[in-house]
Design a protein around this ligand. Structure first.
Ligand SMILES: N[C@@H](CCC(=O)O)C(=O)O
Length: 356
């Protein structure tokens, strides 16, 4: 018998088995906070056939949660609207504000797990930033959707239910920050948005950690890289992030962007090179000159899979450059910013790219 159909007489008795059972079920459920930041998961289109034409960041978190009574069976859920933006407009300040709030909540004894709803465009960046900076063993699940809730076969509802389920589970503790979309549980470090128009958009080149199906987690692997509790970065001690920018490689590329960024005060430049992080001959000197002025140079690749080898393609030891290992340029930028908050030199930054 459901709690709502318990007769009034039974409710009036403090010690009735039904009331006691309901109270126990309430306390046994995990407490999960949903921090909403916008994106398609809070988007709305003009009609059900608008799967790609819609406005992101429209629906407030309370309305999102109220539309999903299923959540109450999994956890005691409450929402907070942190931002209401499309994620391509996320800034360093947004990252700091969000991570600090996540850290505060994670310290509360009445919070068991945290979900962040987010636009998918930079979702993987935010997830990685949280995994590098929030010291907690409580599960953090970052989630979005590829279709607005108004569309046919909208994916946000199940993605959000799965995120709450993962964030509330004991077996997810200590495994860091997750991206839970399309039934998969991916680790924040490895996952990226690889497709811009399908629901199976998020992929990790090293494979998902597991799957969440009907509220149960099925784990197949665990992250081996440093994250959350084992990170040397702590958002509680970071109030500002230095300027780090990305330079993209392509045929006929010229040093214009590198020079302009150095002049604009970049403290590090991530070079999104071709192939194995290769650098055009005419770009080598400008990058060396930038390094000579104290700017850190990180050699990454615009190729989505594989990884960049040190001293292959370019003599990194000789030039005092760093390689981004398997980090995509936009994630390499995050780790580099955090390294700079600690005054890291190239040796320390390289060590961080191997470890995180
Ligand atoms: N570009 C928007 C919508 C895309 C999405 O959430 O899937 C954003 O990242 O917030």
């Amino acid at each position: 018998m459901g709690i709502l159909s318990v007769p009034g007489a039974a409710l009036a008795q403090d010690a009735s088995p039904a009331a006691a059972q309901a109270a126990k079920a309430q306390t046994a459920k995990p407490n999960v906070v949903v921090l909403a930041t916008g994106g398609t998961i809070a988007g709305a289109g003009a009609s059900t056939v608008n799967s790609a034409t819609y406005t992101a960041a429209k629906v407030p978190v309370d309305k999102l949660l109220a539309g999903l009574p299923e959540l109450a069976q999994i956890a005691n859920v409450r929402g907070e609207q942190v931002f209401q933006i499309a994620s391509e407009s996320f800034t360093n300040d947004n990252l700091l504000t969000l991570a600090k709030r996540v850290s505060q909540l994670a310290k509360q004894s009445d919070v068991d797990g945290i979900v962040i709803t987010h636009g998918t465009d930079t979702l993987a960046e935010t997830a990685y930033f949280l995994s590098l900076t929030v010291h907690t063993d409580k599960p953090i699940a970052v989630v979005g959707s590829m279709r607005p809730g108004t569309a046919l076969s909208a994916d946000g509802a199940l993605n959000l239910v799965n995120a709450v389920s993962v964030a509330g589970s004991k077996d997810a503790r200590g495994k860091g920050v997750f991206v839970t979309m399309n039934d998969e549980i991916n680790t924040a470090r490895d996952v990226n948005k690889d497709i811009n128009i399908q629901t199976g958009a998020f992929k990790s080149q090293w494979g998902p950690l597991g799957m969440v199906v009907e509220g149960k987690n099925y784990w197949f692997r665990a992250p081996v890289k440093r994250h959350t509790m084992n990170s040397e970065f702590n958002i509680d001690n970071i109030d500002k992030l230095p300027q780090v920018d990305i330079v993209y490689a392509y045929g006929s590329v010229q040093p214009t962007a590198v020079n302009a960024l150095v002049d604009a005060g970049a403290k590090a430049i991530v070079h999104a090179g071709t192939g194995n992080g290769s650098v055009a001959d005419r770009m080598v000197k400008p990058l060396q000159d930038a390094r000579g002025k104290g700017v850190l140079i990180v050699r990454s690749a615009r190729v989505p899979y594989g990884f960049v080898l040190r001293n292959a393609e370019q003599p990194d030891d000789k030039y005092d450059w760093v390689v981004a290992h398997d980090m995509r340029p936009e994630k390499a930028r995050l780790l580099t910013m955090l390294a700079l908050t600690k005054g890291a030199n190239t040796k320390e930054l390289q060590r961080m790219f191997w470890e995180y």
